[in-house]
Design a protein around this ligand. Structure first.
Ligand SMILES: C[S@@+](CC[C@H](N)C(=O)[O-])C[C@H]1O[C@@H](n2cnc3c(N)ncnc32)[C@H](O)[C@@H]1O
Length: 273
C-alpha cells in the first residue's frame, strides 16, 4: 500500500453489531475488494483487498444481494468515475487539498496516484474514523478527521490556501436538503476555487427509503442551491455499461440505460467553483 505500512494484527468485527452506519461502508469495501479480484477488474482496488484482509468478519453472513451478482461491478464503475475526475483535477492541481467527505472505509486515497504535494483528508463520524485508522495508514499526506460534516468546526483543521477537491460518494443523499445547502455554501465560502464531485439519486427514491433524504432531478438543481457551483459534467451510472466485463450484467445495465426513468435514478456530478 502506498503511504505506509500497517502491523499485522487484525481488526475483529465478529461480535460488533453492524448498525446501518458501519454496514454500508463495510459492504462497499467488500464489493470493491471482490471486484478487484477479477482478472479484468475495473477498479483494481488492491488497497481494499489488503484492508479487507485486515478485518475479521464473517462475510458469509452478508446478504447475497449485497455481495454478488451485478453489485461489485456497480460499486466499481461508480467509484472509478469519481477516481477519474479526482485524478484529472489533481494532475492539474498537484498542490491541492482533498476533502473526502463520508469516506467510510473507502481506499480512494490509495487507489489514486497522488502527486506529492497533495494533502488528503478523510472525514467521517468519529466512530468510523476510529475503525478506519486501524486498517489504513496515516502519514504526512493522509489525514483523518472524525466529525459530522454538518458541523462547522472540522473545517478549521484544514488549510484553506490551496485549490480544493471535494469528494462525497454515497454521502450527500443521506443528508436533509437544508444540511446539504449549508454544507456546500460553507465549503465554497471557505476555498478560493476547486471542484466538487459526488453521486446522487433521483428525488423519487427518497419516498422509498428511510435513509435517503436528498435527491437530484438534474445537475442544474445544485447550481440553483449554490450560486458559485457550475456544472461541468453529469453521467448516469448505467452509462458505464461498456466497462462491465461479464456480458449478462453488461446487457442488463445497457438495457437499463435505454429507459429514461430508470437511468436517471442514479447519476454522478462534477462541479467547479
Ligand atoms: C454509504 S456510506 C459511503 C462510504 C464511502 N464513501 C464509500 O463509498 O464506501 C456513507 C458514509 O457517510 C458517512 N456519513 C453519513 N453522514 C455523515 C455525516 N453527517 N458526517 C460525516 N460522515 C457521515 C457514514 O458514516 C458512512 O461512512
Amino acid at each position: 500500500m502506498k503511504g505506509g505500512s500497517m502491523d499485522a494484527e487484525k481488526v475483529d468485527l465478529t461480535d460488533v453489531p453492524l448498525d446501518t452506519m458501519r454496514w454500508a461502508p463495510l459492504t462497499s469495501l467488500h464489493l470493491r475488494a471482490r471486484e478487484s479480484r477479477f482478472t479484468e477488474s475495473i477498479l483494481a482496488d488492491h488497497a481494499a483487498v489488503e484492508a479487507l484482509n485486515r478485518i475479521n468478519y464473517d462475510f458469509d453472513t452478508m446478504d447475497r444481494s449485497a455481495k454478488a451478482g451485478i453489485s461489485p461491478f456497480m460499486a466499481a464503475v461508480r467509484a472509478k468515475q469519481l477516481d477519474r475526475w479526482a485524478a484529472d483535477f489533481l494532475s492539474r492541481h498537484p498542490e491541492a487539498i482533498v476533502l473526502h467527505l463520508g469516506c467510510g472505509l473507502d481506499s480512494r486515497a490509495f487507489r489514486i496516484d497522488l502527486p506529492v504535494g497533495v494533502r488528503w483528508y478523510d472525514i467521517d463520524f468519529p466512530e468510523m474514523i476510529e475503525l478506519r485508522r486501524k486498517i489504513y495508514p496515516t502519514d504526512r499526506r493522509h489525514h483523518t478527521i472524525g466529525a459530522s460534516v454538518t458541523e462547522p468546526g472540522w473545517l478549521e483543521c484544514v488549510p484553506d490556501g490551496q485549490p480544493v477537491l471535494i469528494v462525497a460518494e454515497g454521502l450527500l443523499m443521506l443528508l436533509p436538503e437544508e444540511d446539504v445547502r449549508v454544507l456546500l455554501n460553507r465549503l465554497t465560502d471557505r476555498f478560493l476555487f476547486g471542484e466538487l464531485i459526488f453521486d446522487a439519486l433521483a428525488p423519487w427514491v427518497t419516498r422509498f427509503s428511510d435513509s435517503i433524504y436528498w435527491g437530484v432531478a438534474t445537475g442544474r438543481d445544485v447550481e440553483r442551491m449554490n450560486q458559485r457551483l457550475r456544472l461541468v459534467d453529469e453521467v448516469f451510472l448505467t452509462a458505464h455499461h461498456r466497462q462491465v466485463p461479464i456480458w449478462r450484467y453488461r446487457a442488463v445495465l445497457h438495457f437499463m440505460n435505454t429507459l429514461p426513468g430508470v437511468r436517471s435514478m442514479a447519476r454522478q456530478l462534477r462541479y467547479e467553483f
